[in-house]
Design a protein around this ligand. Structure first.
Ligand code: TXE
Length: 492
């Protein structure tokens, strides 16, 4: 079995107490790699290394242009190792090799884009209203950034935080999910190769409940960037609040994929499938509610079920596979629980609704693509994030009702709209309470476009110009140009 090390201060180290934990392959259910079980002391060392790197001339005095060049070089190296890293991710989290490969081949763009942005962060000279005063601003990095990421897209969600944070001049400590840490450790090797000074990026592996609090609450961590589940997010936010630290939170969703009768029918069927069964529904933007206009409900469900039931399940490393396993055993149990909850609430299961025991699923944690109809908006299956291949179908009459149902959850991460009416496109885009609206498409993202939640799906934005602001602070500088001595007893 492969044995890995963590990255602290430019050194590849075992955990302080020499312990490892097993990383499991969701397709076989068996361990395939050993990952260091980081300790509190390891976290302290990693934060210390990031703090020293922040002050070291090799990083602090590097011009923004040279910092950008490092990021672009990193992107080039990443492109060369994309296939290898995609395979590691697929083995470690069970997501399709096609999906991980597409993510990895696109990922260098984040490092090229934010590398390009590094020397375009400009301050302002303000037309200040105070006579005899000159006022300008500049932007500074926050300091040490801690990133905590989940298991579903390990490197992509890390890259979304790393690229803007480094471009802004911060240093970084990353704790990937204990369920899928291996790719982050391999990816970490590229920082030295690209020429980053030691300690600028540190990667500590281990369990959230053992080292997470120490990292989030560490007095030398200036900001926390988190993607993960709702409850963990609350905990992280509360810990950061005790230290008055800024956070960005990308939490879950219950996204609605809304199909109007005037939509291109075949495209909408494929769009709803891609929203929920691609990535086995294990994506924060999963379109886990299909809102279907009542006049096409029966026809839609029939075609949808026929199409979804042909999905090929099996080894995620096989490029012909369309639906892979659930990444973790607890998640597998959670999804099966939700299926039972939906049945008990009176929803009607028209596809799947059970663990998959097809021979091609081996010993993996597979669940049949599942569709529920007769779902009402207040059912738990329509309100809570399942994070698996389970779709709740809800009918609606008109635009107003579609909006009421779509906005009627605590989440607001993404929504899809399928229609051929341009006015409806714009009305829906305005009225949906969600950070992303896709029209006649689903699950597209780019390094150029901001991504983040409304409502309980979180706050802060990743990707695009807005993302770099999450890692900067603005300083206002006043210069008295009048030469006059002010009355010291009166505020100027
Ligand atoms: O994620 P967690 P889990 C949802 C999904 C899933 C649920 C729980 O519904 O069933 O969340 O999944 C770290 N201090 N999503 O338990 O716990 C942890 O080590 C600091 C949605 O796997 O949120 C990991 O690195 N950190 C989601 C990270 O938090 C702590 C993606 C995320 O783990 C910590 C994944 C602590 N006390 C699951 N405890 C999305 N929005 O994409 C844990 N962690």
């Amino acid at each position: 079995m492969q044995k890995h090390r963590m990255l602290i201060g430019g050194q590849w180290v075992e955990s302080g107490n020499g312990e490892f934990f097993e990383s499991l392959n969701p397709f076989t259910g068996k361990p395939w790699a050993l990952v260091p079980r980081g300790t509190i002391d390891d976290v302290n060392q990693a934060v210390g290394a990031a703090r020293s790197a922040l002050k070291a001339p090799s990083w602090a005095e590097l011009s923004a242009t040279d910092r950008g060049a490092l990021l672009r070089r990193f992107g080039d190296l990443l492109a060369k190792r994309a296939d290898e890293l995609a395979e590691i991710e697929s083995r470690d989290n069970g997501k399709l090799i096609n999906e991980m490969s597409a993510q990895l081949h696109y990922m260098p763009q984040w490092f090229h884009y934010f590398g390009g942005l590094a020397d375009k962060i400009e301050g302002r000279v303000l037309p200040i209203d105070r006579p005899g005063m000159f006022n300008f601003t500049f932007e500074e990095p926050l300091g040490v950034v801690a990133a905590i990421t989940p298991w579903n897209s390990p490197l992509m969600l890390g890259a979304w935080k790393l690229a803007p944070a480094l471009a802004a001049g911060n240093t970084f400590v990353w704790k990937p999910s204990e369920h899928s840490s291996v790719s982050a450790l391999e990816f970490g090797k590229l920082f030295a190769e690209a020429g980053f000074p030691p300690g600028v990026v540190n990667i500590v592996t281990g369990f959230g409940n053992e080292i997470g609090d120490t990292l989030v609450g560490h007095p030398d961590v200036a900001k926390v960037a988190f993607t993960g589940g709702d409850l963990t997010g609350q905990h992280v936010y509360a810990t950061a609040a005790k230290h008055i630290k800024p956070v960005t939170m990308e939490l879950g969703g219950k996204s609605a994929n809304i199909v109007f009768a005037d939509a291109n029918f075949d495209n909408a069927v494929k769009g709803v499938v891609s929203g929920i069964f691609a990535a086995t529904g294990q994506t924060c933007v999963a379109g886990s509610r299909a809102l279907i206009q009542r006049s096409i409900l029966d026809e839609f469900v029939e075609k949808f079920v026929a199409f979804a039931s042909t999905a090929r399940m099996g080894d995620p490393l096989d490029t012909a596979t369309q639906v892979g396993p659930i990444t973790t055993q607890p998640q597998y149990a959670k999804v099966l629980d939700y299926i039972e909850i939906a049945k008990a609430e009176g929803a009607r299961c028209v596809l799947g609704g059970k663990a998959a025991t097809r021979p091609e699923c081996g010993d993996g944690w597979f669940i049949e693509p599942t569709v529920f109809t007769d779902v009402t908006p207040s059912m738990r299956i329509a309100q809570e994030e399942v994070f698996g291949p389970v779709l709740a179908v809800i009918p609606f009459e008109d635009e107003d009702e579609a909006i009421e149902i779509a906005n009627g959850t605590q989440y607001g991460l993404a929504a899809g709209v399928w229609t051929s009416d341009i006015n409806r496109c714009l009305n829906m885009a305005k009225r949906l309470e969600s950070g992303t609206v896709w029209i006649n498409t689903y699950r597209v993202s780019s390094f150029i476009s901001p991504f983040g939640g409304y409502k309980r799906s979180g706050f802060g934005r990743e990707s695009g110009l807005s993302a770099i602001r999450e890692y900067l602070q603005e300083k206002s500088v006043w210069i008295d140009t009048s030469g006059a001595t002010a009355n010291p007893f009166v505020t100027r």
